[in-house]
Design a protein around this ligand. Structure first.
Ligand code: SF4
Length: 292
C-alpha cells in the first residue's frame, strides 16, 4: 500500500513539559528515585519510560506521609498549601511549574485581592479538578469560581466586579465566546468586567497550525493520553477540520483505516512526546506500507 505520512512539525511536548522532564531526568541521573506529585505528563508511555529511571508518581495523601525527601512539582503548578506541607515535612521541592503558569498564578493572586475587596468574583475558565486550575484556585483562598461552559455563568453576580482568566490550555474560540457572554451580562447588570488573555501562546499558535494540518490530510492519527486536557481540546479541533481523525492511545490503530494513495497526518497534544509520534511513523512505514 502506498501512503504519504507526515508528522506535524509543531507537535511534541510544549516548553513547560520539556523543562519538567529534563529536570526529572537530570535529578535521576545521579539518584535512584524521585517522587512526582501527580503525573509529570498525561502520557502513559512517557510515564513508563521515566518510571524505569526511578520516577514515582504520588498523590497529596502520600506526600503528607513523606518527610525529609525530594518531591517534584510538575509544570501545572500547585496551590500554596502544597508548599506549606513541604515546609512542615522538610521536603525539598524541585519546582517545575511552567514560567507561564507561574506568571498566571501571580496575576490571579493580585487580581483576586483587588476584585474581592470590592465584593466581586474571580472566574476561571478551566477543567474542574485539573491540577493547574487547583493551583490557581489556591491563589484565591479557594474562592474562585471555575466554569467549563457559558451555561455555568448564570450563578455569578455581574452587578459586582468580575475578572475572567483561562487555564493555559483551553480553546481560544471557546474562551472568546465566554468572554463575550460575560461582557454582555456585566453591561446589562451595570458592573465592571475585565478578561485576561491567559491561554498559553504556544498552545494558541498550535491550534491555528494544527487546524491547517488536519485539513490538509485524508486521515489524522492523533496521539495522546485520554486524560490529557489539552489532548481533548486538540483532538476535537482536528476532528472539526477532518472527520477522519482517530485518537491513538497506546499505539493501537483500527483495522482497515487506510486506502491506497492516501495522506496520513500524525500529531499529538502538548503532553505527547515527539518519540511517540516518530514511533508511530515507523510503525506505519514498516507494518502497513510494506505488508499490505
Ligand atoms: S501549555 Fe504552555 S503554559 Fe502550559 S505547561 Fe506548556 S508551555 Fe507552559
Amino acid at each position: 500500500m502506498n501512503l504519504t505520512i507526515e508528522i506535524d512539525a509543531g507537535s511534541g511536548f510544549c516548553n513547560g513539559v520539556v523543562r519538567a522532564v529534563r529536570k526529572a531526568e537530570s535529578y535521576l541521573s545521579d539518584h535512584d528515585r524521585l517522587y512526582s506529585l501527580g503525573a509529570i505528563v498525561h502520557n502513559a508511555q512517557e510515564i513508563g519510560r521515566l518510571a524505569s529511571k526511578g520516577l514515582q508518581i504520588i498523590d497529596a495523601e502520600k506526600m503528607a506521609s513523606i518527610h525529609d525527601d525530594v518531591v517534584l512539582v510538575r509544570a501545572h503548578g500547585e496551590p500554596p498549601a502544597t508548599y506549606d506541607l513541604a515546609e512542615r515535612n522538610n521536603i525539598t521541592i524541585i519546582d517545575c511549574t511552567c514560567p507561564v503558569v507561574l506568571q498566571l498564578q501571580k496575576k490571579v493572586a493580585a487580581t483576586y485581592r483587588k476584585v474581592s475587596a470590592k465584593g466581586g468574583t474571580l472566574v476561571i475558565f478551566g477543567k474542574k479538578g485539573h491540577a493547574e486550575v487547583n493551583g490557581l484556585v489556591g491563589r484565591t483562598d479557594g474562592n474562585a469560581v471555575v466554569v467549563e461552559s457559558v451555561q455555568e455563568i448564570d450563578g455569578i453576580d455581574f452587578s459586582k466586579p468580575v475578572a475572567l482568566f483561562s487555564q493555559t490550555t483551553k480553546d481560544t474560540e471557546q474562551y472568546a465566546a465566554l468572554t463575550e457572554a460575560c461582557r454582555r451580562r456585566s453591561e446589562e447588570a451595570g458592573g465592571e468586567f475585565e478578561a485576561f488573555d491567559t491561554i498559553c501562546k504556544q498552545v494558541a499558535a498550535r491550534h491555528e497550525a494544527l487546524a491547517g494540518f488536519a485539513a490538509s490530510h485524508d486521515i489524522i492519527l492523533f496521539v495522546s493520553g485520554r486524560e490529557s486536557s489539552n489532548g481533548n481540546v486538540l483532538y476535537n479541533l482536528c476532528l472539526k477540520h477532518n472527520p477522519r481523525t482517530y485518537w491513538i492511545d497506546g499505539g493501537q490503530i483500527p483495522e482497515g483505516l487506510f486506502h491506497d494513495g492516501e495522506s496520513v497526518g500524525i500529531c499529538g497534544a502538548t503532553s505527547t512526546p515527539r518519540w511517540q509520534l516518530e514511533e508511530l511513523y515507523l510503525h506505519l512505514q514498516n507494518k502497513i506500507i510494506n505488508k499490505q
